[in-house]
Design a protein around this ligand. Structure first.
Ligand SMILES: [Zn+2]
Length: 72
């Protein structure tokens, strides 16, 4: 029996700002989507303000928001 795990290894603090060479730290960033603004926690560089938007994170959060909007 083969079990396919979809879980990806957690790699927090695995991202580094290429510009500053310092590790990105999770921070709350406001994202606009479908006419709504909502806070998302994303890895960001505290020095230059670069925000790393990973597809998984953004899509996961946006699906949540879409559900929330539909429920209203
Ligand atoms: Zn930076």
């Amino acid at each position: 029996m083969t079990v396919v795990a979809e879980e990806k290894p957690k790699q927090e603090n695995a991202y580094t700002c290429l510009k500053c060479g310092i590790p990105l730290e999770p921070g709350e960033v406001t994202v606009s989507y479908l006419g709504s603004s909502f806070p998302v926690e994303l890895p960001r560089c505290k020095q230059c303000g670069f925000v790393l938007v990973t597809e998984d994170l953004a899509l996961g959060r946006m699906l949540q928001v879409e559900k929330t909007l539909e429920d209203k």
